[in-house]
Design a binder for this molecule. Sequence first.
Ligand SMILES: Cc1ncc(COP(=O)(O)O)c(C=O)c1O
Ligand SMILES: [Zn+2]
Length: 391
Amino acid sequence: MKSYLSHLECTSCGKSHSHTQAIRTCPNCGKVLFARYDLPSLKREVNREVFKGRRSDMWRFYEMMPVLEEGNVVSLGEGGTPLLHAKNLGRKLGLKNLYIKDEGLNPTGSFKARGISAAVSKAKEVGQTRLTMPTAGNAGGALAAYAARGGLEAHVFMPKDAPEANKKECQALGSNLTLVDGLIGDAGRLSQEKAQKEGLFDISTLREPYRAEGKKTMALELAMDLGWRTPDAIIYPTGGGTGIVGMWKAFEELRELGWIDSPQPKFVSVQAEGCQPIVKAFHEGSNESEPWPNASTEAAGLRVPSVFADYIILRVLRETGGTAIAVSDSDMVKAMSEMGAAEGVFACPEGAATLVGLKRLLDQSFFQGSETIILMNTGSGLKYLDLLDTL
Ligand SMILES: Cc1ncc(COP(=O)(O)O)c(C=O)c1O
Ligand SMILES: [Zn+2]
């Protein structure tokens, strides 16, 4: 198979950069880089139906993925997660077309597997074998797993109040774990310091171009599973925002390829009341978010006070007619049980937060009731067992 990756493009200054080097942010302005593909050739040479008959993981979309040599792919079978028609919840809420994309079934129990599989594979391809990263928890477990699988070295910096399961999996999967007395930003500084001192490659979210490419496969699967069309809305628990950015990018690419002709879905960001920089910026009409002071929430993945790709996320929410909404920790934890009892999906608190957000939006008559709405359950509740004691 052949990847149609052509170059990297800065999302801010627009400059092009080569994809054959180890690169993180734009060397010109320091902002987020996007991987770009030769879509006209892809459109001419490939039919979208080829993806159906292939392996069921995310690498079935190889042509739209950034790895040039198939042998460099480091995979544990990530992606190919079910899109579940949530009929029971839908009946309760008056929604006929409510779905849950259950990312808890990924290797290491969260959607982070997709981004990390892509980033680790590409790092390996450009000769980076010693990786470091700050994490809220789940991405650290994923890095430990994929580094082990690919024979790379992994260093993980994690706030010490991250879920126990994330710490234990990092240790069990052979990474070098440092627990940090602080938030993810403090972990980020330590990871950067180590990278500079020891020549490691830092794959912090959206500070390298390829994690978003892994996350984009969630949208490719959604489009394919819905018969090559977009849903009407995607409700997404937002921390660093890689998932929103990646999915929006995927739908743009599919539209450019002519493989879908429906509009972008409305993207809805759900955040925690104790850490809601995107919600605040969205409702204030700002194009950038301010760091959220004293960020605090049990949903570790949403405890991201400074959002590096804020300008892209806010643009996506506005351009697609979406919105942003903050929910409380206690509502999230209750919604874990509600989603579980109604649909058999044991969601993480971040995933359950999307159900709380949806109910809030229904109260505000944001939806008519006939739309196809996707709740992104980004991980498994099994990683947060201690939280359920608080019920
Ligand atoms: C379970 C879970 N959901 C959501 C998020 C937020 O993801 P993103 O960085 O794509 O906004 C995270 C990030 O750590 C997470 O672990
Ligand atoms: Zn730039």
